[in-house]
Design a protein around this ligand. Structure first.
Ligand code: RIB
Length: 300
């Protein structure tokens, strides 16, 4: 069984700020650091650091060669990443405030230059029961879902950042939804009533997508896994946040690493939660992701 992540690669420009810049405000930042990021890249790096043989597909411009080096150093296979000459790499302007929270402005760049031919060529190397992991930062997502389903691949969707394009996808084909409460509420837009808690949201999603597994992250309240067989509630490991960037990606990568290795869901959730807790104590996206051994021995 092989694991493919078809997703974004971004150059993250991370500005340390006192507070997020407001409308009409000009704010001097305290520092600028440049990191490898993008939800796709981060999730691939997390899977690799968790010990999974992972293939990444996506696209970069000439300015993004260091993103390949970051992935390769972590052990990610990069032969399905296209290097384009006519477009710059995707990038993210990230403000990281005093509390460690962030806000992110994205520029799609090469991430939005995926072609159907690239998708077909990449998927020809994968087969039934292989896993494909997707986020919402590349184009041709709908085509990828359709083709991966045709092949019988197991499809993991992290519908982030959430927007209308998610409704173009055949969501019934998704085997694992990994999402936060806001994204879940948006997907359930016709059904959702104010005041739903996390477990109720997961239940509502499962009702809508009965053959899927739902992993709902709830910030400080932890996360919940739900499918037709079991429900697992995972409390959060509370740490002092320095930078929350890529914490969700770390959670996704480590959770799926556990599932593909056949761990019981309860263990995969716990491992993902520990890895994400470590990631928020470190700056940056990809560099904040721990290795498996660190996550396994993490205690508060
Ligand atoms: O999830 C964090 C990531 O979101 C950042 O690395 C940034 O590039 C954006 O894609």
């Amino acid at each position: 069984m092989k694991v493919l992540c078809f997703g974004s690669l971004n150059i993250d420009y991370t500005y340390k700020v006192d507070h997020f810049v407001g409308k009409g405000e000009t704010l001097a930042s305290e520092s600028l650091q440049v990191f490898g990021g993008g939800k796709g890249l981060n999730q691939s790096v997390a899977l690799a650091k968790a010990g999974v043989e992972i293939y990444h597909a996506g696209a970069i411009g000439e300015d993004g060669k260091f993103l390949l080096q970051i992935m390769e150093a972590a052990g990610v296979h990069t032969e399905y990443v296209m290097e384009l000459t006519n477009v710059r790499s995707g990038n993210a302007i990230i403000q990281n405030d005093r509390e460690g929270d962030n806000c992110i402005l994205l520029y799609g760049g090469a991430n939005q230059s995926i072609t159907k031919e690239h998708v077909d060529r990449t998927l020809s190397h994968f087969q039934r029961e292989d896993y494909i992991i997707l986020q919402n930062e590349i184009n041709e997502l709908s085509y990828i879902v359709e083709k991966a389903h045709e092949k019988g691949m197991k499809i993991v969707l992290n519908p982030s950042p959430m927007n209308e394009k998610i409704f173009d996808l055949q969501l019934d084909y998704i085997d694992y939804f990994i999402l936060n409460e806001i994204e879940a509420g948006q997907i359930l837009r016709q059904d959702i009533k104010d005041g739903y808690n996390g477990a109720e949201l997961a239940e509502a999603l499962l009702k809508r997508f009965p053959s899927s597994s739902i992993v709902l992250t709830m910030g400080g309240d932890g996360s919940v896994f739900m499918d037709q067989k079991e429900t697992v509630l995972q409390p959060v490991y509370k740490v002092k946040a320095v930078d929350t960037t890529a914490a969700g990606d770390t959670f996704t990568g480590f959770f799926i690493s556990g599932i593909t290795k056949g761990l019981p869901v309860i263990q995969a959730m716990d491992l993902a939660s520990k890895a994400a807790a470590i990631a928020v104590t470190r700056r940056g996206a990809a560099p904040s992701i721990p290795f498996l051994e660190e996550a396994e021995r993490f205690t508060l």
